[in-house]
Design a protein around this ligand. Structure first.
Ligand SMILES: Cc1cc2nc3c(=O)[nH]c(=O)nc-3n(C[C@H](O)[C@H](O)[C@H](O)COP(=O)(O)O)c2cc1C
Length: 378
């Protein structure tokens, strides 16, 4: 029996917009590759969410495309047309039925979309700059979006938000992280435009901020009760030029100025250190929490596999701890803490437990075939 007091993880939390969570643990957004070709969620996918929505206070869904041209993954679900509202409602109901708040992550893949998934095989981005691949070489060359197309995508984010509201979600998270379209506009690596959507830092901020404004307007027009708006971003890019900590602080300032419910910092390791753009050597997350200041909650994530990892995560100043892979491995993470069984939390994927863990085949296949993605047992 552990003597550690994990109760700070179990404290309730209230967002400024009025939505309350029963505890401080959030399911991180994770693509599961299991929706059908029409972009509808499937039964195995619903079961997967139900298995993980009992303990946590809030579930952020896998990313959903707001327009077909932004589909980024096979088996990704859609929020790009009204016919998909019943599918979205099934997902919201599945999550809320277990007691967690349900937040839909809204997304456009930009130059990171696999061309084979797109109807015309052509990726788009801020500019015609391909992504640098980690192993060397580069990805497909995207087509630079026209001004009219950019306005269209902003409207797509707003329409997806309206659909999320109509489907009964408690909020949306704008996916501005992990190198996808919003980040491509903010990054000096991928945005070389010289119109109102690119150029100096302020102009590179224009698209992400326009999306946020459109999403907030949709909430104002369509939500009859409190509805969360969050924004996820990655703090730094390895490329030169690329997003630095200094630029990330400017993004945080701008988002704060616009007003929203939370920031979500996308990290593989919560305690990772800055690369450049700050003289402060403290972990990135602590610096971002400081910059966000009081009144703007920050969600942190990244390799928090044990109850002690999650508890210590709160020391960084974050308001909420998100768990991705840890909840794939251990769907009862929060329940075990609440029941005084924190020591029994599994920290490695049991390769013989797919059905007990309720992980759909496409996600299971991706996890076990992608070396190093998730710790495995034995
Ligand atoms: C299978 C898988 C799918 C993911 N899909 C998404 C996604 O759709 N949107 C997103 O913002 N991050 C996605 N991520 C990143 C996670 O949200 C998280 O930031 C990352 O896994 C680190 O946290 P963890 O150590 O708790 O897993 C994904 C991660 C995994 C493992």
């Amino acid at each position: 029996m552990s003597t550690t007091d994990y109760s700070p993880l179990l404290d309730s939390f209230r967002f400024a917009s009025g939505i309350s969570l029963k505890n401080r643990v959030v399911m991180a957004p994770m693509t599961n590759f299991s929706s059908n070709e029409e972009g509808e969620v499937t039964g195995p996918e619903l079961e997967y969410y139900i298995r993980r929505s009992k303990g946590v206070g809030m579930v952020i869904t896998a990313c959903v495309y707001v327009t077909r041209g932004g589909k980024g993954f096979p088996g990704e679900f859609g929020a790009d047309r009204d016919e998909l509202i019943p599918s979205l409602r099934q997902l919201a109901d599945a999550i809320k039925g277990e007691g967690a708040k349900a937040v839909l992550q809204i997304f456009h893949g930009g130059r990171q979309s696999p061309p084979a998934l797109l109807l015309d095989g052509q990726t788009v981005s801020a500019s015609d700059v391909p992504a640098e691949l980690p192993g060397g070489g580069h990805g497909p060359v995207p087509r630079a979006l026209t001004g009219e197309e950019i306005e269209g995508i902003i409207a797509d984010f707003a329409a997806a938000t309206r659909r999320a509201i109509e489907a009964g979600f408690d909020g949306v998270e704008i996916h501005g992280a992990n190198g996808y379209l919003l980040q491509q506009f903010f990054s000096p690596h991928s945005n070389t435009r010289d119109d109102r959507w690119g150029g100096d830092l302020q102009k590179r901020l224009a698209f992400p901020l326009a999306v946020l404004r459109a999403v907030k307007d949709a909430v104002k027009s369509h939500a009859a009760s409190p509805f969360l708006v969050g924004y996820r971003f990655s703090p730094e890019e390895p490329e030169t030029p690329g997003i630095t900590m200094a630029e990330t602080f400017a993004l945080v300032d701008a988002l704060k100025e616009e007003g929203l419910d939370y920031l979500h910092v996308s990290l593989q390791e919560l305690w990772s250190l800055p690369r450049r753009g700050t003289d402060d050597s403290r972990p990135r997350i602590e610096q971002i929490v400081d910059r966000a200041g009081s009144g703007l909650p920050v969600i942190g994530v990244g390799s928090l596999y044990t109850a002690d990892d999650a508890l210590k995560g709160l020391d960084s100043g974050i308001s909420l701890v998100a768990l991705g892979r840890p909840l794939l491995i251990e769907p009862d993470f929060v329940q075990k803490i609440a029941e005084g069984r924190a020591g029994e939390i599994e920290t490695e994927l049991d390769l013989s437990a797919q059905s007990a863990l309720v992980i759909p085949d496409p996600l299971w296949g991706a996890l076990i075939h992608t070396g190093g993605w998730i710790p495995t047992k034995g």
